[in-house]
Write a new protein. Structure first.
Length: 105
């Protein structure tokens, strides 16, 4: 009744179905991933709230801005992707073009 063995070898197999030596649920790696997801949800919640406040102010002034999700898809998302992957820098002209594209829809 020892630990499970890999066929033809002597290494113990991971009991929860993962690969040998891989993270088991509850390991530090899994916990860090969960923490990152929670941080991303908090950040998107904060940013989403800020964005919604700007769009609401625009409506109060009589403008008809796009909805929040469409705005996120067309302005911050491309900016974050370029920053995350180290693509070309974010120039004011690029950001203005993103805004113009969104408002021309």
């Amino acid at each position: 009744m020892g630990s499970a063995r890999v066929r033809g070898g002597s290494r113990p197999r991971h009991r929860r179905g993962g690969r040998p030596g891989g993270p088991a649920p509850g390991d530090g790696l899994v916990q860090r991933r969960r923490g990152r997801r929670a941080s991303a949800r908090r950040l998107s919640g904060e940013r989403g709230g800020q964005l919604q406040a700007m769009l609401d102010r625009a409506r109060e002034r009589g403008a008809s801005p796009p909805d929040g999700l469409e705005t996120l898809d067309h302005i911050p998302a491309p900016m974050y992707i370029r920053t995350l992957f180290g693509m070309e820098s974010l120039s004011p002209a690029y950001i203005n073009a993103l805004v113009d594209c969104l408002l021309d829809r």
